[in-house]
Design a protein around this ligand. Structure first.
Ligand code: GLN
Length: 475
């Protein structure tokens, strides 16, 4: 069911749109009190009339997208007063489509991390259970959709940052093919892995928003030529005869966790259901040593790129400066005081990896692992339409559990396989499919590069089949 169309049908005049804006702002304030989803709630009504599906529809935007004249912090102390002088392409497109921005959402600092606990304005709580994390890094975006404040939000996904919080909060998280949506004005984290993504309540809504956002942008050198397809028109195609696969080595976990076991049991049940509608699903074996290298190589590549990309955050040209006797001391103090532990750890790792003597062993080897995984995946995508797996092993973690920013973990593969989607730049979507211990869990469907329409089509049909009813989490 499309929330966007549902809302759209009620909007017949500028007054209706303005009233919805005011109502949504009130909800956003309440959402902030309960879950801390927003860095900024927009108090200025800014609507450009258009004839698109999104005309008058309120939405939220992760606080790492540049918005001219509106605070954009990356949830970092270093940028806590930064007001950009230009718009990101995503924001510009949404504005021109008549969508109405109601706020900028909290992220894990600079989009690194996956817990929603490292933003400089405090932790984001999961509307499904406030004792639990919502995951990250698009934490506030997910919370604002899950809590029913807005029908969609824009996030970014470098390893899983749209799909993971979507899965933990019972909503849809979609990232299209690398380059499909312009990243101009999105803070760079790891440029070879960064994607714009959409969080919404349905696959249809994700398609509606992607149709507006996609297309070539000369301001982003990784931008793709538009494929000329309107995804909403392809979403109901028959999927009988399509071929999906899942990876045995990821799903075969040896665990004591009842929650993970239950998730896997439910996944197998779902696979049977999918087969019953005439879709083939096969188990495929994948080189375990390559899979085990996913997380390590992801950290090597992303930390190296992040260190280089963020080397401009010195307090010198812009941002919060801590004074010192010379520029070196200013930079040292600014970065030492300004960044959270997680960021500093990653920049130390990144600098180490990028040292000339370490590059061959740590950086170039990580790139080789990435290439081997992508080559194998591309082979599989010649034979199959898509890869399907539980989005994560367990449910959203409690706040008192260990942070997920660590390199070893019992369920490593099930917790980190979404990175495959970023390694290959593949379109990938998480949709809610069941509850475990009263908490939502998602499945992730990943298809070959450029198969955005197919991804949304299959996901939409699976959504119809699953009929997930998460209940509504209202603010
Ligand atoms: N959780 C992953 C990380 O810590 C992914 C972050 C992201 O996708 N932005 O880097």
């Amino acid at each position: 069911m499309s929330k966007i169309i549902e809302l759209r049908e009620k909007l017949n005049s500028e007054d209706d749109i303005k009233n919805l804006f005011n109502e949504t702002i009130e909800k956003a304030k309440e959402c902030n009190n309960k879950y801390n989803a927003f860095v900024t709630i927009t108090d200025e009504y800014n609507h450009i009339d258009s004839d698109s599906f999104l005309n008058g529809i309120p939405y939220s935007l992760k606080d790492n997208f540049s918005t001219e004249g509106i605070l954009t912090t990356g949830s970092s102390n270093l940028l806590k007063n930064y007001v950009p002088v230009f718009d990101s392409t995503v924001y510009e497109k949404l504005k021109n489509a008549g969508a109405v921005l109601i706020g900028k959402t909290v992220l894990d600092e600079l989009a690194m991390g996956g817990t929603g606990t490292t933003g400089n304005t405090g932790i984001v709580k999961n509307p499904c259970d406030i004792n639990r994390m919502i995951g990250g890094s698009s934490s506030g975006s997910a919370a604002s959709v899950a809590a029913g404040v807005v029908p969609f939000s824009i996030g970014s996904d470098t390893g899983d940052s749209v799909r993971k919080p979507a899965s933990y909060s019972g909503i849809v998280g979609f990232k299209p093919t690398y380059g499909r949506i312009s990243r101009y004005g999105l803070f760079n984290f790891a440029s070879s892995l960064d994607h714009v993504g959409i969080l919404s309540k349905s696959v249809m809504d994700a398609a509606i928003v992607t149709d507006i956002l996609k297309g070539y942008d000369s301001k982003d050198m990784t931008s793709l030529k538009d494929d000329g397809i309107k995804y909403v028109n392809e979403i109901n195609n028959d999927i009988t005869g399509k071929k999906l696969f899942y990876i045995k080595e990821i799903i075969d976990v040896n665990t004591d966790s009842e929650e993970v076991k239950e998730n896997i049991r439910l996944f197998h049940e779902l696979i049977d259901k999918i087969k019953s509608i005439g879709v083939f699903v096969e188990e495929v074996s994948f080189d375990k040593s390559l899979l085990n290298a996913i997380q390590g190589s992801y950290y090597s590549i992303s930390c190296a790129e992040a260190t280089s990309n963020n080397s401009n955050l010195t307090g010198l040209p812009f941002g919060e400066r801590v004074e010192g006797k010379d520029y070196k001391e200013i930079m040292l103090r600014t970065r030492t005081d300004g960044f959270s532990e997680l960021i500093k750890r990653r920049f130390v790792l990144g600098s180490y990896i990028l040292k000339r003597e370490n590059q061959e062993k740590l950086y170039l080897n990580a790139l080789r692992v990435r290439r081997l995984i992508v080559e194998k995946m591309n082979e599989l995508f010649n034979k199959y339409d898509g890869l399907i797996l539980p989005s994560t092993g367990g449910i959203a973690p409690l706040f008192n559990s260990n942070s997920s920013d660590k390199l070893s973990n019992e369920y490593l593969l099930l917790e980190s396989h979404m990175i495959i989607g970023n390694f290959g730049g593949y379109p990938s979507i998480s949709i809610p499919y069941a509850k475990v211990n009263s908490m939502p869990v998602g499945i992730t469907l990943t298809c070959g590069a450029m198969k955005d329409a197919l991804t949304l089509n299959i996901a939409n049909k699976l959504e119809e089949l699953i009929k997930y009813d998460g209940g509504e989490y209202h603010v």
